[in-house]
Design a binder for this molecule. Sequence first.
Ligand code: ADP
Ligand code: MG
Length: 392
Amino acid sequence: MKLDVNALRYLSKDDFRVLTAVEMGMRNHEIVPAELVDRIAGLKHGGTYKVLRNLLKNKLVHHDATKYDGYRLTYLGYDFLAIKTLVNRGVFASVGRQIGVGKESDIFEVATEDGTVLAMKLHRLGRTSFRAVKSKRDYLAHRRSFNWLYLSRLAALKEFAFMKALGDHGFPVPTAVDCNRHCVIMSLVQGYPLVQVKELQNPDDVFDTILGLVVRLAEHGLIHCDFNEFNIMIDDDEKVTMIDFPQMVSVKHRNAQMFFDRDIECIYKFFRKRFHLSSEKCEEQDGSDIDDDENSRPSFLSIQKAAGSLDKELAASGFTRKEQVEMDKYIDQNAEEESSDDDSTSEQDNEDGDDVAVKIGSLKIAEQDSAEVPDCTLASKDSNEPETFAKE
Ligand code: ADP
Ligand code: MG
């Protein structure tokens, strides 16, 4: 699957104007009345309607005439707006192959004008579980301007802010380069997700490093909440990089202890199974309920008491308190869905070491209601050549 950015090159100024008008209308409408799009775009002689037909043909907007004649952006349309903005800013000049499919994201390589390759993460909230979507709608029902693009934008903003703050504090994370709409640009991590690694030279050392990261994060006031073999990258020198931050919470969160323990448990479980963790380390785990013992697993309560806080830096990098609250609601809802869902698509539930690599690319994607969840069908392309396009 490849993001076909070719169409982007053939889109005119008017096309972008109308696409942007649909985006603006979506602040207040799930489906934007065609008349409103026309009014915002302000094209002469009914030009908007002609352009809308072209956008529809290119799957950049979705037409909905159930209640009235209206349009909404598709994820593809949203992708193009973000890509166009970032290209115009000079952040990158071409989009290459897809390098990752996450639970709620697609990751592509992009290249700058001087040839540096970066990673582009496009957030796609709402695509994993339609049941979760339904319950999320309930809590967001009061929001006039609720839509999936908005939540994806929040996720990107949060991920960017956290990545930046963590990098500034010396955590091994990708370098946060830029962010627009639902799109985060970061450095490309050389290496593989730990889930794909069958053997390590020094599994005990890697284990200590990873566990140390969970503890150090908590000491800074944060819990990753999805810390597992899918979100830890490792290179040929067995250097570890953490990725994937939209679900992080503060150590003050009401479920903090549970999230912290779950992160730690995931690491233990994976290392025991895949790398046959040394018996010494397994014993350390068995001492887990006697906390604060030197040989036991890290005790959350003692860390929590002494924890610092990254809140200030995060607010400064653009992720405000209000946005934090909205994301937290989404995360809470997701956590509840996952824990009550036997047939979960959660990465955390995956215990079988041998077919996991396959599962990355084939995580179950539940049914979507096209009227409610923007589709994210990407045109497929045969060529592996990056598509380059010009600034405007
Ligand atoms: P999701 O939130 O959807 O789980 P992730 O951020 O975990 O998305 O990314 C999904 C996959 O994409 C990762 O497992 C990894 O293989 C790849 N990936 C993500 N970020 C990078 C990066 N900066 N460099 C290289 N590969 C990456
Ligand atoms: Mg992930």
